[in-house]
Design a protein around this ligand. Structure first.
Ligand code: 5GP
Ligand code: MN
Length: 335
């Protein structure tokens, strides 16, 4: 476990304006950490700009404070200008500068930039960084920052941090869940978070479009490598026929992953005629972050992904399945 750099605390104390940012297509950890930290900084009298490239997806619009996020670059520029140099930015849950999205150059120019992240294979960027792949979630790291600042989080910021931890640990199921994670979660409950409310809003709150999409996506299930490799796919035609968006597919990958024989699950998501993204999940041996890196992506040992443009979907599928089979065979040979 790494120690939080003192510099982060000094910078947070000394600065009055913060621009918070995270990775594109933010998940529960990205949004929960960003919204939780934003409110905590405001409770210290700081002014905060919650920047997102796209509006918060339907799945997470229940998060307290998500209406305060902005995708407006003009507003962002005005905020920075009005700070007269008394400004810092904080990138949360973002494994490399590329993942900041289309506006990365503009965002990277807001300095000093603090980076708080827990991705394995993190590629350093920014001026001060605290990166710890042993932490379950960025939410857990933000909680430690808050403790060090001697702030007692409000119930709503505790709720956001709880959502961050719950989503990145798969409801405290994954190996990244430590006794420390559980202790922090317990403290968040003591601050007034109701676990059934958080998980109800996360997992019993879906649209009908999502369920219709799931029917079609699960029907594409293919098994390879003696049923150790399971793949499903989502096409733009399916999205159109259900009135759903790619964001509605969050969590679908847990179904192929749940099969007894499966060691690696893959979800192929088409977003355009020649563009898409891929999610991978592993149980145990196979390091999917390593495989994702071969395709220009990254992530964690057990959860990784990548995006592609100007490529043939079928070719990407064939290349990745081959790479995963090779990785599984290599692991089997080492056993
Ligand atoms: P998901 O499958 O939920 O989209 O992503 C799982 C994990 O894979 C993320 O937490 C992130 O670490 C990583 N990941 C997904 N897509 C990309 C990508 O395009 N680039 C990189 N570097 N990592 C990704
Ligand atoms: Mn995370």
């Amino acid at each position: 476990m790494t120690v939080m750099p003192e510099q982060i605390i000094r910078l947070v104390k000394a600065t009055n304006h913060f621009v918070l940012m995270t990775h594109v297509h933010p998940d529960g950890d990205a949004l929960g950490s960003l919204l939780g930290l934003a409110e905590i900084l405001e409770s210290l009298g700081k002014r905060v700009f919650r920047y997102l490239e796209e509006p918060v997806s339907d799945l997470y619009c229940f998060l307290p404070g998500c209406e305060l996020t902005s995708t407006d670059l003009g507003e962002l520029a005005d905020f920075v200008a009005a700070a007269h140099g008394d400004v810092a930015s904080i990138a949360l849950d973002c494994g490399d500068a590329e993942r900041l999205g289309r506006e990365q150059e503009r965002l990277l120019a807001i300095r000093p930039l603090v980076v708080i992240d827990h991705h394995r294979g993190h590629r350093d960027f920014g001026d001060v960084y605290w990166v710890d792949p042993k932490r379950s979630s960025t939410g857990e790291m933000v909680y430690e920052l808050v403790e060090t600042l001697h702030v007692v989080p409000s119930t709503t910021s505790a709720f956001n941090l709880y959502v961050a931890i719950v989503t990145d640990t798969g409801l405290f199921r994954y190996e990244n869940t430590t006794s420390r994670t559980m202790r922090i979660a317990a403290e968040l409950l003591e601050l007034g978070v109701r676990p059934e409310e958080a998980t109800g809003l996360l997992y019993d709150n879906y649209s009908l479009q999502r369920l219709r999409l799931m029917e079609q996506v699960l029907a594409t299930l293919e098994l390879h490598a003696g049923e150790q490799l399971a793949a499903i796919r989502l096409t733009t035609v399916m999205l159109e026929s259900c009135g759903a968006t790619v964001g509605d597919a969050e969590g679908f990958i847990d179904y192929p992953r749940s099969l007894r024989t499966v060691k690696v699950a893959v979800l192929f998501k088409e977003s355009d005629e020649r563009a898409g993204s891929v999610s991978m999940r592993a149980k145990g041996e196979c390091d999917v972050a390593q495989v994702a890196a071969l395709f220009g992506g990254g992530g964690h040992r057990n959860a990784a992904g990548f995006r592609y443009v100007e490529m043939d979907h079928a070719q990407v599928r064939a290349d990745l399945l081959l790479a995963l089979q090779t990785s599984l065979e290599r692991n089997a040979a080492e056993e």
